[in-house]
Design a binder for this molecule. Structure first.
Ligand code: GTP
Ligand code: MG
Length: 198
């Protein structure tokens, strides 16, 4: 799929106030610093569309980016960041869970995980939560430039094992990406394009 236009539309801390056009959207979620905002920039071929930082906790709101005037990419705050206050954490949690549980336009979520780390409890718990909430999701392995190409398959195989041990019948669709080296761009965009055509 070709991206002709990508524009920031709005930031929200309340899922109810997100844009109410009936067009499909895809949300990026995962631990703070995993590379959600960087991936949005990589997919849209823009340097600073989504704000990124080497320090975790950069994205603090629900951010809607309109693509080709007919669908949205949604950047969300990360979870698992220890340094935000308890109050901020519970506010985040509330609007993120509201988003996943109530957002009619949400077609599918992408759960981002750093390919270097074995499956983390917090990510597996979040995937269970999505499953229970009946939100379709796929997995995006990020930062693939940080591991050798030959290691990718065994890391993914290990991840799959952990998911099966966590009672999933199969691994969801998954993508191996690097925002640094622009790996996985076509695959993710084709996947979205296929769903948009359904
Ligand atoms: P929060 O908004 O805090 O939840 O983080 P985020 O998940 O949006 O992460 P962000 O995109 O801001 O990136 C965090 C850090 O990881 C930045 O320093 C990025 O440059 C770096 N990073 C992101 N993707 C990649 C990648 O594919 N490869 C490498 N080497 N670094 C990456
Ligand atoms: Mg971010």
């Amino acid at each position: 799929m070709k991206i002709n236009t990508a524009e920031f539309v709005v930031s929200n801390s309340d899922a109810k106030k997100c844009p109410n056009e009936p067009i499909p959207e895809y949300a990026f979620i995962g631990r703070s610093n995993v590379g959600k905002s960087s991936l949005i920039n990589m997919l849209t071929n823009q340097k600073n569309l989504a704000k990124t930082s080497s320090r975790p906790g950069k994205t603090q709101l629900i951010n809607h980016f309109k693509i080709n005037s007919n669908w949205y990419l949604v950047d969300l705050p990360g979870y698992g960041y220890a340094k935000v206050s308890k109050k901020t954490k519970s506010t985040f949690q509330k609007f993120i869970t509201d988003y996943f549980e109530k957002r009619q336009q949400l077609v599918s979520a992408f759960v981002l995980v750093d390919i270097r780390h074995e499956a983390q409890k917090i990510d597996l718990e979040f995937m269970q939560y999505l499953g229970q909430s009946e939100v379709p999701f796929s997995i995006i392995f990020t930062k693939a430039d940080k591991v050798g190409k030959q290691k990718v398959n065994s890391l993914v195989a290990d991840y799959r094992k952990k998911m099966l041990a966590d009672n999933w019948e199969e691994m969801p669709p998954y993508f191996v990406t690097s925002s640094e080296d622009k790996i996985g761009r076509d695959e993710v965009l084709e996947y979205i394009d296929e769903i948009n055509k359904e």
